[in-house]
Design a protein. Structure first.
Length: 145
């Protein structure tokens, strides 16, 4: 057993907690009443930007895939002939993932309500953590689900 009784707290738990901004204000309100910030599926989809974000993400994914084929004609020939290897597929998948993520990022901030989405996931995580089985002293028998 260590003789040091001081425990360090990770910086992510306390950094900028005293700032007055929209996220911190929402976090205080979530502790009091998290159901005000939880969105249903349709509201969450609209807060993410709706079909405009989907179109942007898929359009950028298509653009990125075509850019890979234009930049590497050998890969286009392999794809056309059905001869793609592991690295060809890895390149296509990583490019598609990167462009899709960029489309989601830009679409949510352009067409949607990014703060509402952030508040929803913050409230969801808070409620989920309150309902989590911790094991040791809280419950004597683990849930069977």
């Amino acid at each position: 057993m260590s003789g040091n009784r001081f425990r360090s707290i990770n910086q992510w738990y306390f950094a900028n907690h005293e700032d007055s901004n929209e996220t911190n204000d929402a976090a205080d309100k979530i502790i009091a009443s998290p159901d005000r910030f939880l969105l249903n599926q349709q509201a969450l989809f609209e807060a993410n930007g709706g079909m405009a974000t989907v179109a942007m993400a898929l359009g950028l994914t298509t653009f990125g895939t075509l850019a890979v084929f234009v930049g590497a004609p050998r890969m286009a020939a392999h794809f056309r002939n059905g001869q793609c290897g592991f690295y060809d597929w890895a390149c296509l998948m990583s490019s598609g993932l990167a462009w899709y993520s960029a489309g989601q990022f830009v679409g949510r901030r352009t067409f949607g309500d990014n703060q509402a989405v952030h508040n929803h996931w913050m409230a969801y995580t808070f409620v989920k953590s309150l309902n989590r089985f911790e094991g040791r002293r809280i419950l004597t028998k683990a849930p069977s689900y």
